[in-house]
Write a protein that binds this ligand. Structure first.
Ligand code: M6R
Length: 612
């Protein structure tokens, strides 16, 4: 899996495909390739291992010209990164080329069958089986029917694009569980991509394909149909992202650009949603389900990675404000357990930046099957989670390009605070408490700005700590999941081992690790448990661990205990993670840079994990 681009029009397809691939580079990949259909009804396939610039260089030596084609950046799942395993994959006759995101779970069984029929395979991928399967079906029926019949045999997920020489001005796309969108262009130009970011230089009118839908792009335009070949009418939606939002501008990396966007991100997440006088939040996306929400007696939140950690903090916010039990569950676990839902009195919340994470979707579908009201807290409008939930709240963080989630996480926390306020005011949260919360929320963007002024100081700090092999992050209550988020950020971009722990747990095991070579990063801002965190810091200090603390502005007593301190503006305990996360993001970013790494493209990671 990783990025897909397709094009049919009058321009040089290679240029458009390459440009689209570059816009998808942020998603992580290890090889790239494209197939372009030339005028002489021949497929030109070029692939390269490594960066898209290697593919570009190869194309200068082996030009591929034509007006229709498909391209792919691959992130290895089956088979090592190599030219043979890079997409596009071909059928035996070399008349069909296909690129694919997702996993063909029954590929071994299909391959055995196809080999017995004489098909020869040249790669170690699961994807190649699709090219041969379509070829096999096409022996007995027209191409389009063959494509649908082949896809019906697939167990697993796909977002794919196919071209074939008999239809030199046609590109097909299909989706099940892995995103694929159509870009509606002008003057007979149309596009395919796994992510709208690849297309917005050309069009903002996007059609989101649903599961088991197929699309044909050709000179007659765009036609979508089901795998049963029943026509599906789909209207384009306009994506509001600007080109500027998906470009790095003067920033050296997307990650730091996105960290610095956070004052605006928090402002946007709050925009039009705070009624300060009534101490209420106004969440238009929940209007239709408000009465069901009022009756809800418990909630389940489910997500993966950073979105899960935002959910774990959100669960505490809702419990505090609304006084109903809320559980936060890792989606890959929840979906395969036997979760007990109370369909009449429960609501389920899926949290996802991309809205396409396979496990989050799996958990969401499990909850839907049990008849629970489902809500989404999502960034990408039109994504699968947004479409499949009954209602929801968009976080409006704008496109998040860096693999490490920063601004989406902060926006998710902000939306959780709004939701907690909403559910709280439906129940027992007083007007005065609601007003205080609204006031505090409104003051956050300016406080985030103040935090970002410490960027240079945090860079120097990260440099100082950049050679330690391990870190322990600790925090309590709202800041316990945040300690995990700090550790996750550090490990994913700097490859430094880091663990996040509820500070009270330190003495139950991890303290054994501590010595003068194992720093502790303590979230110790002023709150109801600060004295306890202070004790934990003292325990770590007694083991000679270097100590970095996040302390509330002016808290000299806390600073005295630490080797290094990062000052954080004061806010309420519940909202403290929204501020505390910012320096931890900067610390991880600068530490990665100090170690000579590119934080935007962490090894082995993909931006949207659309496979289990
Ligand atoms: O798109 P999602 O929010 O569903 O993604 C969930 C995780 O894959 C994501 O948060 C991941 O943990 C990030 N790399 C964290 O920085």
């Amino acid at each position: 899996m990783c990025g897909i681009v397709g094009y049919v029009g009058r321009k040089n397809a290679t240029d458009i495909l390459l440009e689209g691939l570059k816009r998808l580079e942020y998603r992580g990949y290890d090889s790239a390739g494209l197939a372009v259909m030339g005028t002489e009804a021949k497929l030109k396939v070029v692939k390269a291992v490594g960066k898209t610039v290697f593919l570009e260089e190869k194309l200068t030596r082996e030009p591929a010209t034509g007006q229709a084609g498909i391209a792919h950046t691959r992130w290895a799942t089956h088979g090592v990164p190599s030219e043979a395993n890079a997409h596009p994959h071909l059928d035996c006759a070399g008349r069909l080329a296909l690129v694919h995101n997702g996993i063909v779970e029954n590929h071994e069984e299909l391959k055995r069958r196809l080999e017995a029929l004489g098909h020869r395979f040249v790669s170690a991928t699961d994807t190649e089986v699709l090219a041969h399967l379509i070829e096999e079906h096409a022996r007995h029926r027209p191409f389009e029917e063959a494509l649908c019949a082949a896809l019906k045999e697939v167990v697993g997920t796909f977002g794919l694009a196919v071209v074939m020489v008999d239809q030199p001005r046609t590109v097909y796309g299909a989706r099940r569980g892995s995103p694929l969108v159509v870009g509606v262009g002008r003057d007979g130009e149309n596009y395919l991509a796994s992510d709208p970011a690849a297309l917005i230089a050309h069009t903002r009118d996007i059609i989101y394909l649903g599961d088991d839908e197929v699309v044909r792009l050709d000179d007659n335009g765009i036609e979508t149909f089901s795998l049963d070949r029943v026509r599906v009418t789909k209207a384009p939606e306009t994506v509001s992202w600007s080109l500027q939002e998906i470009e790095r501008g003067h920033h050296p990396h997307f990650m730091v650009k996105e960290i610095h966007e956070q004052p605006t991100v928090v402002r946007n997440a709050l925009a039009g949603r705070l009624d300060a006088r009534q101490g209420m939040s106004v969440l238009g996306g929940l209007k239709d389900v408000d009465e069901r929400l009022r009756r809800a007696e418990r909630l389940t939140i489910s997500a993966c990675g950073s979105a899960y950690l935002a959910g774990a903090i959100g669960a505490m916010m809702i419990e505090e404000c609304a006084e109903i039990p809320v559980r936060a569950e890792i989606a890959s676990e929840l979906r395969y357990r036997k979760p007990i839902f109370d369909a009449n009195r429960e609501a389920f919340i899926a949290v996802s930046q991309s809205g396409e994470t396979a496990d989050t979707l799996g958990a969401l579908r499990e909850a839907k099957n049990k008849g629970v009201l489902t809500l989404g807290i999502v960034n990408v409008v039109g994504s699968a989670v947004a479409r499949e939930t009954d209602a929801g709240v968009f976080v409006h963080a704008g496109p998040e390009i860096a693999v490490a989630s920063t601004k989406a996480f902060t926006a998710q926390l902000t939306v959780f605070a709004l939701l907690a306020m909403h559910l709280g005011r439906q129940r027992r949260l007083s007007l005065a408490a609601g007003q205080r919360l609204a006031e505090e929320l409104a003051s956050l963007p300016e406080k985030v700005e103040r935090l970002l002024e410490q960027d240079e100081a945090i860079r120097l700090l990260a440099k100082k700590y950049s050679r330690y092999p391990s870190f322990l992050y600790i925090g309590r209550k709202y800041n316990a999941p945040l300690a995990n988020e700090g550790a996750l950020k550090l490990k994913e971009v700097s490859y430094v081992h880091a663990e996040g722990y509820a500070a009270g747990e330190m003495k139950h095991g991890p303290i054994a690790l501590l010595d003068d070579g194992f720093p502790v990063f303590a979230i110790a801002t002023k709150d109801s448990l600060q004295e306890k965190v202070k004790s934990n810091v003292q325990e770590a200090k007694a083991r000679r661990a270097p100590i970095v603390v996040l302390a509330s502005e002016g808290d000299e007593a806390m600073a005295q205990l630490a080797d290094d301190v990062i000052w954080v503006p004061r806010t309420t305990e519940m909202l403290s993670p929204i501020l505390n996360v910012i320096p931890m993001q900067l610390f991880a970013y600068h530490l990665a840079v100090a170690r000579g790494l590119d934080p935007d493209k962490p090894r082995n990671l993909a931006k949207a994990v659309t496979v289990e």
